[in-house]
Write a protein that binds this ligand. Structure first.
Ligand code: ZN
Ligand code: FE
Length: 211
């Protein structure tokens, strides 16, 4: 769900129940749930920034659901604090998540890996974007390198569900930083066509981000 200026709120559903990741705004979530007759079952948060948590309080007024989020960050609505290596399952939609510590953009940023989905899905918030990474607000360059290395070690086909449509501006920077990369140039053309058609460039994949 496109939200705010350039955010995406990812919604997973089984036709009856839905979970959302990083609802920075409640409005598009409530509208989508109503339009498709879906019941909200869980909220997952990657980090504390307002454009990721801003809609949680309002969603909780409509749906009493668990809120998963980073234990190392101060988010009032989190009912299930999580850290690196934790695992949990949602009953409906049926999906299991592993938690990865990817702190750097913020001090406690986590990512959610659903490796049993086919293909596997990584909900990485503002830690990894397509053709770029989240800026360092609270962490160190060493933490960022560690977080990116962890995500790079995931299988190439893993889908990367990051939370901003930053791909084209990241690609412009990538062109300046690395002038000769044919993979990047082909990808930029494909992304320009997607955006011209009003489509998201996401999800990406780990293999593409490595390229
Ligand atoms: Zn952020
Ligand atoms: Fe953000």
């Amino acid at each position: 769900l496109p939200a705010l200026r350039d955010n995406y709120i990812w919604l997973l559903h089984d036709g009856k129940h839905a979970l959302v990741v990083d609802p920075g705004d409640a409005e598009p979530v409530l509208a989508h749930l109503q339009r498709h007759a879906l019941r909200l079952s869980a909220i997952l948060l990657t980090h504390h920034h307002a454009d990721h948590v801003g809609g949680v309080a309002r969603l909780l007024q409509h749906w009493q659901v668990p809120v998963y989020g980073p234990a190392a960050e101060n988010i009032a609505e989190v009912s299930h604090p999580l850290g690196d290596g934790d695992a949990f399952a949602i009953a409906a939609p049926q999906v299991q998540f592993q938690v990865l510590d990817v702190a750097a953009h913020t001090a406690g940023h986590i990512a959610y890996l659903a490796s049993a989905l086919s293909p596997a899905a990584l909900f990485c918030g503002d830690s990894l974007f397509s053709a770029g990474c989240g800026r360092l607000f609270e962490g160190t360059p060493a933490q960022l390198q560690k977080a990116l290395a962890r995500m790079a070690a995931l299988p190439d086909e893993t889908r990367v569900y990051c939370t901003h449509e930053y791909t084209l501006s990241n690609l412009a920077f990538a062109r300046a930083a690395e002038p000769h990369n044919a993979d990047r140039d082909r990808y930029a053309l494909a992304c320009e066509a997607l955006r011209a058609a009003g489509e998201p460039t996401l999800p990406s994949t780990i293999g593409r981000e490595k390229a």
